[in-house]
Design a protein around this ligand. Structure first.
Ligand code: NAD
Ligand code: MG
Length: 392
């Protein structure tokens, strides 16, 4: 029986993970569940899954969570705040940690799980983008396995030889990440000037949290994924390509030196990637319907429109610049996306905020977590100042 700490249980990845867990009660148990502020949703999940530990990351809500759990006759222990998340990730309550918190808020618990040698199922791509080298060091220290949950990286992982291969030795020529193109594929910049948060969150193929939905609409999601692929697979920026594939059936591809191209296909449903990562190296039912090739009929591929959607190039530039740049890119993006979702920033200004933050970035490198968090805060302050300036 594998005990699972699901950090970000009330989100979209959280729900898909619990769906797979519930299909395999002999194999998996959700022993830890976390939520940020939604106490009622967390209590409802605790009723169903009976974890040993419930974590509320907003410490102000700890008392309310304890009260509501006890009123429901549930005896789960309660932890709160960012420190509670770290304890839940590293402690003895679970063998496997699913990192499904959105944004930089997931960084410290992800690192803690890696350092503690847990089997780490990584959905929280922002933590790799911010701290790829720190995460690699933490994994080396802990000795546990990292299984990518992001569908593209899960696909690449499935198409590579087992273990953590050296790409050159394995004969890999390049990694090709597929992108759906998001809800605004084919639009021109004049049309993008007026799009609303709800339009940006109406993704054609996937139902996801609002932050990653906006990232998909700007193509920053693919940019973050290029950086994620660099750190997870040791591929240089020049070895990672992006192709737009609007059906989201081919989840990514690996091209080999001999001309072979291996791809992973399936219906767009995150439960496939999650089930693979949970059971790896075994395969289990995920509740996902079989791919109907005849009904699918077509698989289209086209180049990304990098003139209209500039965030993809900004991410490549940040990867090439190295050092702090990916962390600054991520911080500026998180602030700009939050402002867009709040109605404080037009869609096309997201990229402008990120570009300006990258231009004014201090020349520094990341030596440890404290200096990284410090740089993250500085970049966020810069981004907020730029956003306020654009609004006035
Ligand atoms: P979501 O918004 O649906 O859920 C986010 C979860 O994180 C919730 O449980 C929420 O309570 C928690 N959370 C939010 N802010 C927090 C904070 N400050 N501290 C602690 N917890 C906090 O997001 P999602 O779509 O499930 O995405 C989660 C992560 O997985 C993201 O990093 C995203 O990029 C990645 N991802 C998601 C998908 C998808 O299909 N949804 C696919 C690939 C990767
Ligand atoms: Mg993805």
């Amino acid at each position: 029986m594998m005990r699972i700490a699901l950090l970000g249980a009330t989100g979209s990845i959280g729900a898909s993970t619990l769906d797979v867990v519930a299909r395999h009660p002999q194999m998996f148990r959700a022993s830890v569940l976390s939520a940020h502020r939604n106490v009622d949703a967390l209590v409802a999940l605790c009723r169903t899954f009976r974890p040993d530990l419930a974590v509320i990351s907003d410490p102000a809500l700890e008392g309310e969570l304890v009260r509501k759990l006890r009123a429901a006759n549930l005896d789960a222990r309660v932890l709160a705040g960012p420190a509670g998340l770290v304890e839940a990730a590293a402690g003895d309550h679970a063998d496997c940690v699913v990192a499904a918190i959105v944004g930089a808020a997931g960084l410290e618990s992800t690192l803690a799980a890696a350092r503690a040698g847990k089997r780490l199922l990584l959905a929280n791509k922002e933590s790799v983008v911010m701290a790829g080298n720190l995460l690699k060091a933490a994994l080396d220290e802990g000795g546990g396995a990292l299984l990518p949950v992001d569908s593209e990286h899960n696909a690449v992982f499935q198409c590579l030889p087992g273990g953590r291969p050296d790409l050159t030795e394995a004969g890999v020529r390049r990694i090709v990440l597929t992108a759906s193109g998001g809800p605004f594929r084919g639009l021109r910049r004049e049309q993008l000037a007026k799009v609303t948060p709800d339009m940006a969150c109406a993704h054609p193929n996937w139902t996801m949290g609002r932050k990653i939905s906006v990232d998909s609409a700007t193509l920053m999601n693919k940019g973050l994924e290029v950086i994620e692929a660099h750190f997870l697979f040791g591929a240089a920026a020049t070895e990672i390509d992006v192709v737009v594939h609007r059906q989201s059936i081919v989840h990514s591809l690996v091209e080999y030196r001999d001309g072979s191209v291996l791809a992973q296909l399936g219906n767009p449903d995150m439960r496939t990637a999650i089930a693979y990562a949970l059971a790896w190296p075994a395969r289990i039912d995920a509740g996902v319907s079989a791919l109907d090739l005849i009904a699918t009929a077509r698989l289209d591929f086209e180049a990304a429109d990098r003139d209209t959607f500039r965030c993809l190039d900004l991410a490549y530039q940040a990867l090439a610049a190295g050092g702090l740049a990916p962390a600054v890119l991520n911080a500026a993006n998180e602030e700009a996306v939050a402002a867009f979702l709040d109605g404080r920033l037009p869609f096309l200004s997201i990229e402008a905020v990120i570009e300006e933050c990258l231009d004014h970035m201090p020349d520094a490198s990341i030596s440890d977590l404290a200096s990284l968090l410090d740089s993250d805060l500085t970049a966020r302050r810069d981004a907020r100042r730029i956003i306020a300036g654009l609004a006035s």
